[in-house]
Design a protein around this ligand. Sequence first.
Ligand code: GTP
Ligand code: SF4
Ligand code: SF4
Length: 304
Amino acid sequence: MSLPEATELLTDSYGRTVRSLRMSITDRCNLNCIYCHNEGHIGHSKEMSVDTIVDIVKVGSRFGINRLKISGGEPLLRKDLEEALVRLPDMRDVSMTTNAVLLKDRASSLKDAGLDRVNISLDSLDPGKYHTITNCGKGTFDKVLDGIHEAVDVGLTPVKLNMVLLKDLNDNEIKDMLDFTRGYGGDVILQLIELMDFRDLPQYRIDANEVERSLMSVSSDVKVRELHKRKKYIINGAEVEFVRPVDNTEFCANCNRLRVTADGKLKPCLLVSDNMVDVSEASIEELPDLFRLAVSRRIPFCKS
Ligand SMILES: Nc1nc2c(ncn2[C@@H]2O[C@H](COP(=O)(O)OP(=O)(O)OP(=O)(O)O)[C@@H](O)[C@H]2O)c(=O)[nH]1
Ligand code: SF4
Ligand code: SF4
């Protein structure tokens, strides 16, 4: 697909050109994970309408933002997601991060509506541990596995499995997870995530350097992504990406994402909440200047 050239790119004062939008469309969730940082948290404010979602993405794409990540809360709690997807402009990559509890029945309609791929949170292959981590109800773990199968079947690939590493809880499962992904050929990729500990859970914090060393010691190849300069390790034919957001200046220096909260605010940084730009009531004509304002407020959270 060839996309129209953007006439203006949005580059912040640290030289970071915004190429991607990470949009929370609801802060509601059907799980209650022990480490959840309520990324899209808006209390009881109103969720953005489909019109607002579409306008924001349209204006972003005119600025050369050609990747969209839809997140939550749990985005599948919005029944109008497909309606929004079909109305989006052409983009290089439209993906969604989901817990997959409701994915099985929606995967096909999401794919038809234009979703390219999904990231699925799966912190453990042990149903008991999964329950401990997510506080889920009975039968939920199996629904998630069904969601993964269905996502692969309908081609929402590559499916990335997001596993937040929790010391002494699931950090001994990396090998099992890799074996699980190998069962899907190249359609499923493991993504290990360092815990961002907003809930003061020091007992679960892992030593990310140690994890990185152990991945390195068994990998045959390492690739580096442009986004956050994340590393991807190839281990016996399986791919594993390691996300290290904590105290990582390189990660922030290579952050090309602008965030959007579920109630319609442009958020210059995931971890900063006092510099957002409210666009919930803005017309499409007003949006470009509000984008420029939000990008002018972008500062790397970690910098040397
Ligand atoms: N601090 C910080 N963490 C991020 C950022 N982007 C993603 N993360 C964390 O990385 C984890 C994985 O994020 P996902 O939503 O699955 O998406 P992704 O892996 O970033 O995106 P893709 O690789 O394009 O699928 C989540 O736990 C996020 O909180 C970011 O810009 N800043
Ligand atoms: S699935 Fe995601 S949004 Fe929901 S509770 Fe877990 S971490 Fe939070
Ligand atoms: S903490 Fe802020 S600056 Fe750093 S990568 Fe995340 S969103 Fe970007």
